[in-house]
Design a protein around this ligand. Structure first.
Ligand code: ADP
Ligand code: MG
Ligand code: ZN
Length: 475
């Protein structure tokens, strides 16, 4: 049996307004080759100027992963020719990146934890895009020069599960910090997976294979499993040395296999050297003080919710898993008199259950303020939790006010004990036989009476009051 060894490289597109070394906008969906200038087109003589916002966002990430922020970092040139890179080199940070030696904690279901060390996070420029159109290929340079932060882990993960936990955590942190969209399908969170195996107990690292181009967590999991199987089988068949080499492989989701993209022989010689057109990047104490301020992240928020609201571990985990959910919840809680319990179930069960297809929290027809107000109406006993479901159904269809819908549907809870007493008496009078049976010891029948009263009141009677009144009347 073999131990799996995984190290991950994640390219995060930073959501700055302008590109890394010029003032072209980074926005998507513009006409091809319009967001360009002499710098990102690499015209002779055009010089790069570092975007401060990129330093800011990189340092925020560095702070979130407890890393060292290098107060002086440098840029390097990585030379390679590809049509989507007009300069024929990429500016990156090879020798001294802005962020080094961080860590990220992953949490297992059994509540144990593990720290994954992060070797570095460095800044680099993205390339443009090649568009293949039948016989011809076209180049769109709108993306050329967009800032990327490449976050490189140590080979600390020992299973596909650990790799996915690490990636989900990193993804959530980027969204909490709001330094990138981190959309895997759109390529703003790109993962390269490095996989090797070794006999258990062996400390040495064996040959790693890098798998690229995987655009979902599910496929990352599969690609790792496939690669581990391929390498283990080669070992068992005695052909490990011949079969497994340090190479880049592509994951093919249709065929569910990995295959060689470029081997060691074809590996480019990048001829790295210090970038002559840029100065060193210096972070002053003043900059560091400002740039290292970050919002509360998921782990801290989860712990706070447990302490402050008495929330259970599971719910706190669900609510803080994404920044969208956490902010939605906090917005609901800002409505006075809302309990965490009501807000949690309305959000995680009722609203989530109704957000189907194209709908998500971001474009939910019922926003956090409105759902918070609905929670308030449950907590101040205006309506029952059951009635709230009907109100929510209506609100999902139409942009109406909560109180208006409660009135229109006649769902206001009856808390007036006089009215409830009258209803209870009516049900008792209408069922003399059942009353006899109840008095004769068939106490289970209480449920029947409660049900009848609730039905008669169309669900508006306060169930607790109904229970109490019935018990006292029947005894
Ligand atoms: P490159 O830029 O050539 O891909 P890096 O050193 O930047 O190389 O990245 C290597 C990645 O591979 C890191 O995430 C590292 O943790 C991981 N890695 C290195 N050796 C192994 C190995 N034997 N098995 C699995 N992953 C490895
Ligand atoms: Mg790599
Ligand atoms: Zn430009």
């Amino acid at each position: 049996m073999f131990e799996t060894v995984i190290g991950l490289e994640v390219h995060v597109q930073l959501n700055t307004k302008t590109k890394l070394f010029c003032s072209c906008p980074t926005s998507f969906n513009h006409k091809q080759n319009t967001n360009t200038c002499p710098t990102c087109l690499a015209l002779p003589g055009a010089l790069p100027v570092l975007n401060k916002e990129v330093m800011h966002k990189s340092i925020m990430l560095g702070t979130a992963i407890d890393a060292t922020i290098n107060k002086t970092s440098y840029f390097d040139r990585k030379s390679y020719f590809y049509p989507d890179s007009p300069s024929a080199y990429q500016i990156t940070q090879l020798y001294t990146p802005v962020v080094e030696h961080g860590k990220l904690q992953i949490d297992f279901e059994d509540k144990t934890q593990k720290n994954i060390r992060i070797n570095r996070a460095h800044i680099e420029a993205d390339a443009g895009k090649n568009i293949h159109d039948g016989e011809i290929s076209k180049v769109d340079l709108n993306r050329a020069g967009t800032p990327l932060l490449e976050i490189v882990s140590e080979p600390d993960m020992r299973s596909a599960e650990e790799a996915i936990l690490y990636l989900k955590k990193l993804h959530a942190i980027i969204r909490y910090l709001d330094i990138g969209d981190a959309n895997m399908q759109e390529g703003s969170f790109r993962v390269d997976v490095n996989v090797s195996i070794r006999p258990y107990g062996d400390e040495k690292l064996y040959t790693r294979v890098e798998v690229k181009n995987i655009n979902s967590f599910k496929f990352i999991q599969k690609a790792i499993e496939i690669e581990v199987r391929r390498q283990s089988e080669a070992w068992e068949d005695g052909i490990y040395e011949d079969e497994i080499c340090q190479e880049t492989r592509l994951y093919d989701q249709e065929k569910d296999e990995t295959r060689s993209m470029r081997g060691k022989e074809e590996a480019a010689d990048y001829r790295y050297f210090p970038e002559p057109d840029l100065l060193k990047a210096v972070v002053t104490d003043e900059m560091l003080a400002i740039y290292s301020q970050i919002p509360e992240l998921l782990d801290a928020k989860r712990e706070r919710f447990i302490k402050e609201y008495g929330m259970n571990e599971y719910n706190a985990g669900v609510i803080t898993a994404t920044v969208e959910m956490a902010h939605f919840f906090e917005m609901m809680m800002s409505e006075e008199g809302v309990s965490a319990k009501t807000a949690t179930s309305l959000l995680t069960v009722e609203l989530q259950g109704r957000l189907k297809g194209e709908l998500s929290l971001a474009n939910s027809p019922v926003d956090a303020k409105k759902l918070g107000f609905l929670a308030k109406r449950i907590d101040d006993k205006t309506i029952s939790g059951k009635a709230a479901k009907d109100v929510l159904d209506k609100l999902m269809e139409e942009d109406l006010e909560v109180d208006g819908v409660i009135d229109a549907l006649g769902l206001k809870q009856v808390t007036d004990t006089g009215a409830i007493e009258a209803m209870c008496q009516e049900i008792i009078d209408a069922n003399p036989e059942k009353v006899e049976q109840y008095k004769g010891g068939k106490e289970k029948l209480l449920g029947f009476f409660v049900g009848q009263v609730m039905k008669a009141s169309k669900g508006t009677a306060n169930p607790q009051a109904v229970n109490e009144i019935l018990i006292s009347k029947l005894s």
